[in-house]
Design a protein around this ligand. Sequence first.
Ligand SMILES: Cc1cc2nc3c(=O)[nH]c(=O)nc-3n(C[C@H](O)[C@H](O)[C@H](O)COP(=O)(O)OP(=O)(O)OC[C@H]3O[C@@H](n4cnc5c(N)ncnc54)[C@H](O)[C@@H]3O)c2cc1C
Length: 390
Amino acid sequence: MPTTVSKKNMENYDVLIVGAGPAGVSAAKSAALGGAKTILLEKQPTIMASKPCGEATSQKTLETAGVEAKPSIVMHRADAMVFAPNMKYVHIDQIGFSINKTLFLQEIVAQAAEAGAHIRVREEVQEIGRSSDKLMVVKTSRGEYKVNVVIGADGYNSTVARNLGINEKSEPIPTVQYTMVNCNLEYPDSVRFYLGNEIAPRGYAWIFPKGEKLTEVGVGVRGAPAKQHLDRFVKLFEKELGKGQIIDYRGAPVPIGGIIEQNILDGAMLIGDAAGMVVPLTGAGIHSSVVAGLFAGEVAASVSSEGDCSKARLEEFNRKYDEDWGRRIKKSLKVMQAIEKLSDNELNLLQEILKADDILDLANGFEIRKVAKKLLSHPIFAMKLARSLL
Ligand SMILES: Cc1cc2nc3c(=O)[nH]c(=O)nc-3n(C[C@H](O)[C@H](O)[C@H](O)COP(=O)(O)OP(=O)(O)OC[C@H]3O[C@@H](n4cnc5c(N)ncnc54)[C@H](O)[C@@H]3O)c2cc1C
């Protein structure tokens, strides 16, 4: 439960953001641009992509974030291939980016600083409570702050959520990833996704080329040991990955169960992974977190200037986010729940029916009704898929 703290010599800010991932840096930028006295706190010693990530995203993400697609940030341009268990694939001819996420975050944080935000690294938020005058009080490894609004952008195992007594969590999928060098990729200009109950039960495996030398190879699985599946996957691609060496091996949960309901309280918001703002079927969270950050910062700045930081007023964030991203996340969750029930034979069959556009629609939660209608006339998928998507 939230504690009540009251101390002197605190620093005062309008908006305090916890965590400098894609959600936090974007929130800091937009809160500062909105005129709020803003501070961003990051527990790591540097602003960097400290959590493992495939770092694959769309051109649109960079546009949304206001980051130029320069060579230092965009390490690779690649199309996509989605493989069924029988190794037949659908080719998606749309170019996406493999980015250097650290430089991407640093670019946005520089924009936040230019807009007037204060950035502090190596400062871990430890406790959050409320003062007697109902403001938020944030205790860190270095000091204390009194603020109008706290934005928790501190990832899946959110300290902010825990301190505010929010126990609700989006369902996680455990993922593990190797960054490898010296691979000999058959498709060096495609990001590859592999589906199947053998390869990655209730998840998928991936091979993402990154620049000339690096390859991200990972799996996300549910109800099965992730590391074991990753090693089996690497073995399956012996010809391409056998000579590769692992230079980074990390894992982290990805919240794919949709957005939590309790993401707003009086004086506080949770965004990004902390609130389950990830596209469930793909596990992609960079774009959705940037958008969340931009909206959260904007709303926090405006409620703060009005002097009403109540839950009811902060709900404006959910209204803005739900219009597009919230709906997409809901639809993608529906698709994921339907697809994870399919057998490998059914996935093979589906690969023959679906076109690239259909896959993009399903994965991103765009036009899922259109795809569902297409499947309605199919003897197997009418019942197994179409009805649950309509
Ligand atoms: C293996 C893997 C592969 C992925 N691949 C992709 C991909 O290719 N494309 C894609 O779009 N998404 C991918 N994702 C998802 C994506 O990485 C996340 O959805 C996204 O980074 C979430 O951003 P965020 O800002 O909410 O949180 P995070 O990126 O988790 O950032 C949270 C920040 O908060 C800081 N922090 C935590 N606690 C505190 C505290 N108490 N005080 C101060 N700071 C704190 C952390 O150090 C961190 O910097 C992947 C995830 C995983 C695990």
